[in-house]
Every structure is written in C-alpha cells, then in structure tokens.
Design a protein around this ligand. Structure first.
Ligand code: WTA
Length: 668
C-alpha cells in the first residue's frame, strides 16, 4: 500500500502483509494462550461439535432442566440444546448473587453532559441492585398483563432502564424488540405492526448533543399511523410505559400511557424467573435487507446466550475484573450481544454512555476511559476515522493506560485506521480484535483470539469455534486463495438466527437459496494464503453507512412516498468517514419543479420516514433513470456515476443511451 498521511498527520507505512503477533505478556494471562490452543479447540469444535458445545453449555450456563440433545439441523431450521430449560436473566444476574461479585458494579452509566458543559449524571448499579431493578420492572410488565411470548417494543434512550427492561422481558419470557431511538415514528409503527407488540416502553425524551430527542412524541405519532387500507398499524398496543428522563411536557393518553416511576410504586422486588425452553424466542431485532421491508431477525434463548457468553469470554478475553465499554446503542445487535447479555453473563462491569463522542468536547471517550479505568474498548471504524480527524491531541490529554484490549465492529476497518487505533489509543500495547458478524449471526463469527491469533491490519482473521466460513463463487464452489467471492457459513452455530419473524419464506429466500445448504451472509470476502478472511463489504443492495446497515430499497420507497417523486434509485459511494454514503437519483413527477429546497425537503422526508441515519448524502435530480429494456434500473451504472468514475462495461442493454450523459451532467 502506498504511504498515506491522515488528517491527523499519522503516517502509515503499512503493508497489508504486516503481522502483529500477540504480546507474550497478554497471552500468558489470557483465557486462550496460544495459537496451538486455539487450533486444538477449533478442531474439536468442528470434528465433534456436539461434544464441544455440549460441554460448554453445561459448564457455562445455569439450567433449570438439562438439555437432552445438543442440536438438530435441517436446512434452514436449527435447534440447539433441545429439551433444556433455563432463564437468561438468571444467567446474567441471579447466578452472580451467590458469588463475591454480588456487590461489584454490573453497569456504570454516564448520561450526556448538560449543554452548559457540566458533567452528566452518573449511575452505577451493582449486580444485586441491577437484579432488584430487573425484578421490579418485570413485575411492572406483569401488571400490564405482559406474559410469556408477548412482544414488547423498546424505543428508549441509552439509559440503564433500557438494559433493565430487556432483562425484565427475558425474566418473564416476553420477547423484546428494540427500535433504535434515532428511527422515525413510521419505523416504530411498521415494527409494531410486524411484531404485533402489546406494549411500548419509551421515555419522555433522550438527550443528543444537548438537544432533546422527542421519543414519546414519536410514539404518539406512530400510534396514529394508518396503513394503505385505512386501518391502524398499531392496534395490538395496549399500553405505553413512559420513563421520565428529560422532564419536558409530553402528552399522556389516559387509559393507555402510564409513568414508569409510578408503576414501580405498586410492585415489590421479588419476581421468580420463568423457566423457558432453550428454543423460546428471546428477542426480535429488525434489520435492513435488500427489499423495502425491514426483516425481524429473531433469536432464541439457550444458543444465543451460550454463544454471546463464550465469544465475550474468548474474543474479548473478558474476566470479572474487566471494565468493558462497548459504545454501541442497544438499538443494534452489538448493544444486545456485547453491551448487555455477553458482559453480564460473564460477570464483568459494563460501561454505558448515552451521548455523543464530541459532547461537550471531542475527548469525551478518552476522558471516560480514564475516569472509569476501562480495560476493554469496543467501537466502530467510522468512529475511529472520526477520532483521527479530530486529532491526536484530544487523546493525548488523557491517560489510557488502563486499556488492555481494543475491538472493532460494523464494517471493514481500513489498515490506516487500524494502525492509528493500535498506536494512538492502544499505545502499541493492546491487541485489536476486528470482529466480523451480523444481526443474523447473533454473535461474533470471525475474529482474532487476542492471546492467540497474530493479527493483520484490516483482516478479521480466523473463525470462532464451531464456525466454518468459506468464500465461494457463483456455483457455490470454494475459490482459490486471494480470490474474491461470496462469504457463506457451512455449518450451524448456536446463536444463528432462527428466522425472519412471521415470514418463513423470506428466511429461506434470503439466506438459504443463494448457495445450497449454506448460510449466505450477503458479504463479499477473500481469504489469503494463511486462511485469513478479509471482508470486502456487502454484495447485495444493502449499504453500510457509518456502520449501520441500510437497505437501498428502503430509502427508495421512502423517497417515492413523497408526492413530488416519480422514481428513485439509491446507490452507495465510498466515503472517507462513513465508509459508504448514500446517493439518490430522483426523477420528479411531471408538474413538479426542481429546486434547491426540494433536495432538503426530500432528505428530511427520508429522515421522517426511516430516521436521520438513512438521509441521502446527495440527491441528484434526473429526467430519467438508466434502465434495461426489461425495465430494471441499472445500478451498476448509477454507482459509477455516483463515484464520479468513468462509465465502463457493457451498456448495450441500456434502453436509452442518452440518459447516461444527461445523468452525469445532473451533478450540481
Ligand atoms: C458488516 C453488526 C467487515 C458486514 C454486528 C456485515 C463488517 C454487516 C464487520 C452486519 C467487520 C460487520 N468487518 N465488515 N468486522 N462487522 N460488518 O447486522 O457487511 O448491523 O454483513 O451487524 O456489517 O451488520 P449488522
């Protein structure tokens, strides 16, 4: 790779073939101490999966009733730990109460600092306190007639109550579905409709860079939305439980809305856990796919818990004395698996931060690491690139020597950012685990094991135990080393998705049709001669914008729902900070006049329909979109136009060639 200077003047003399072996000191204390040990366990996990997983399930989890069989699999249906009964909240909380960890911090939370720069609120909950709060809130849910199998939608700021609510659902066997607080009322309504949720948990508002996010107002709006048939999308909702966070005035609908704090006055702090089947659903989490409708990915109880516990333990080398900070919001899978379930199952201390990394100043994260003596830090490449841009001086103000391990997730990390993370944040001392996984996989599938795996900047390296990834061609055949192809997973693993909520056919079509008998990830990848995996990015019509998966079809359908828009096509272009940026090509209805304001109007319309994360970075108006004779929009061409590169390749199927030159000129 050529030498490059970054915005912060960090010189990367990196070659992609550089290898960083684990430090001996780290390996000596790690759960897994050598590559040989990793390889031995990996081999066992592949040759005798039932023995491997059965042994760990018994030693890592607390069961009410032992399972009878480790797993069964018939494409696409996997079942794990069949016949077993257990409760996730017991495994995350109750089990620690009998140990010396009962009174150690389970959660350390910082709220966003006040706009005047005063430090934010800070709360610490020990395992015992967290247990008590979970039991109390589980009783509140029961009072609202929520029981086993009922769906509960969370639309909350990143406050301890969000984790409490998730665990409370798990305690009574209710199925939580967290909707990211940055999504719109329409998104909330769509997810309520799809999941058939009975209760919404929300807050009056949340804080973001000193402003209030009107969560309750959005819920009120969502509950008024009607579908094309004129019927309410949200008729399943019986009550809304509202947490007081910002204390501003909100509307309370008598008979439907109740205050969280008031409800707590009616309940006590004992709540026996419901004993659940290994395969009872734990949660639904909606994620983008390549059609306009989000998919409700659902995970079940035992397999998910075991896998998130074990990956936390071995990938993050997590121990009870660790102070572990994952910067993800609970609205994403990372916030489920590695902010709540994984760390708590391991009895670690998890740090949670409500706000933005540059509030009140760009050193917020480094200040927090020093203040709480964070030992493990897990964030996304887009954040790392932003920190690089803000400059090393913000980092240097703080003492980061408590850190011993760094993690990255969400998108490929470019080697330059990897090196900066390694040198500037990790002081050259901390291993980096570049963890590849998906909402669907439940937990990390490809990642270094920090005391064992030599790392290469930009590669997620090797598979976790039990995982058999391969890179294949169109015909499903394994490609030679260093050849690009589709990433598939050949064998089932405990935390794999069990389906798309209410849509078995879509589950089959999206994940199991592409390559027969294998799980299709939708990612492109190559494997080098050492067997290391290098993820290239999505190969379907899903983009990765700042680590968030956004389906282009979703943005397109939001755009065409605006009365001015006739047609829209959304593609990605590379973006230095966000990984990918969204470019929308829009044609307008005959009578509509194109003007500068309309751009902003449409961007805001998408924000309203989906959420600000999906706002197109660039909108280009066109008279027509390039189409094949059969009427399919030629995205390949639009991608080239969006990236400003010359159009290459076959254009013979294009219906109207003049469209292209006109599109290229449509840039502002
Ligand atoms: C991408 C987030 C490269 C990938 C946990 C995947 C990554 C999608 C990495 C899933 C990584 C995630 N290197 N790409 N370490 N981690 N991805 O469902 O394209 O929000 O398919 O899950 O993010 O996004 P999701």
């Amino acid at each position: 790779m050529p030498e490059k200077k970054t915005a912060s003047n960090f010189t990367s003399i990196l070659h992609e073939d550089r290898v960083f072996p684990p430090h001996a000191e780290f390996s000596r204390k790690a759960h897994i101490k050598s590559l040989a040990e990793y390889k031995r366990l990996y081999r066992e996990s592949i040759t005798s999966p039932e023995k491997f997983w059965g042994r760990h399930a018994k030693s890592e989890l607390v069961w009410d009733r032992p399972f009878k069989k480790v797993m069964t699999f018939k494409v696409p249906d996997a079942k794990w730990f069949i016949g077993g009964r257990l409760n996730v909240s017991v495994n995350c909380l109750d089990r620690h109460l009998e140990t010396q960890h009962a009174n150690k911090a389970a959660l350390i939370w910082e709220g966003e600092p006040a706009p005047d720069g005063k430090p934010g609120e800070e709360r610490t909950l020990t395992y015992r306190q967290l247990h008590r709060e979970v039991c109390r809130f589980a009783n509140v849910l029961k009072r609202q007639k929520v029981g086993k199998g009922d769906r509960v939608l969370l639309y909350m700021p990143l406050v301890p109550e969000a984790a409490i609510a998730m665990l409370a659902c798990a305690r009574i066997g209710a199925v939580h579905s967290v909707v990211f607080g940055g999504f719109s009322a329409q998104s909330v309504a769509d997810r309520i409709k799809d999941s058939g949720a009975k209760v919404v948990l929300t807050a009056d508002g949340g804080y973001r860079r000193g402003a209030i996010v009107p969560l309750k107002k959005n819920v009120d709006d969502a509950l008024k939305i009607v579908g094309p048939d004129g019927k309410s999308l949200t008729s399943s909702i019986q009550s809304v439980i509202v947490l007081r966070r910002t204390f501003h005035d909100i509307h309370i609908e008598e008979g439907r809305d109740v205050w969280w704090h008031r409800e707590l006055e009616y309940v006590d702090d004992e709540c026996p856990p419901v004993s659940l089947d290994s395969e009872d659903p734990l949660f639904i989490l909606y994620t983008s796919g390549s059609t306009g409708k989000p998919k409700g990915i659902y995970h079940t109880t035992a397999g998910y818990l075991l896998y998130t516990k074990m990956t936390s333990k071995y990938v993050f080398d997590m121990k009870p004395e660790d102070v572990y900070w994952c910067t993800a919001d609970i609205g994403w899978i990372t916030g489920h698996s590695y902010l709540v379930y994984g760390p708590l199952a391991n009895g670690a201390t998890a740090v949670m931060y409500e706000g933005a990394p540059n509030w009140p100043e760009p050193d917020r994260f480094w200040r927090m690491i020093q203040r709480h003596n964070v030992t493990i830090f897990y964030t996304a490449p887009t954040a790392i690139r932003t920190f690089m841009k803000w400059g090393t001086e913000w980092v240097k103000k703080h003492d980061l020597r408590s850190l011993r391990l760094l993690g990255s997730v969400g998108e490929p990390i470019n080697p330059e950012a990897w090196m900066w993370y390694h040198e500037v944040i990790g002081g050259g001392r901390c291993p980096i685990v570049d963890t590849w996984w998906q909402t669907e996989t439940g937990g990390i599938l490809i990642s270094p094991i920090p005391g064992a795996t030599p790392t290469k900047p930009g590669s997620a390296t090797l598979p976790f135990f039990g995982i058999v990834p391969e890179v294949v061609d169109e015909a499903g055949k394994v490609v030679p080393p260093n050849t690009g192809g589709k990433l598939v997973i050949r064998k089932p693993w405990p935390s794999m998705l069990r389906g798309v909520w209410g849509d078995k056919q879509r589950f089959r079509d999206v994940y199991w049709k592409e390559v027969k008998g294998s799980y299709f990830t939708g990612d492109g990848c190559r494997r080098d001669k050492d067997g290391y995996f290098w993820i290239v990015g999505r190969i379907d019509d899903v983009l990765n914008v700042a680590g968030h998966r956004i389906g282009t079809a979703e943005v397109e359908s939001a755009l065409v729902s605006h009365p001015s828009v006739a047609e829209a096509a959304v593609v990605g272009r590379n973006d230095e900070l966000k990984g990918q940026a969204l470019v929308a090509f829009v044609t307008l209805k005959g009578s509509v006049k194109m003007d500068g304001d309309l751009r902003e109007v449409l961007r805001n319309h998408v924000a309203r329909e989906i959420g600000p994360v999906a706002k197109p970075d660039d909108i280009r108006f066109a008279e027509a979109l390039p189409k094949t004779r059969s009427g399919k929009i030629m995205r390949r061409l639009l991608k080239q136009i969006a990236s400003g590169v010359e159009i290459v390749g076959d254009t013979t199927t294009l219906e109207d060639l003049s469209v292209l030159s006109r599109l290229s000129q449509s840039e502002e």
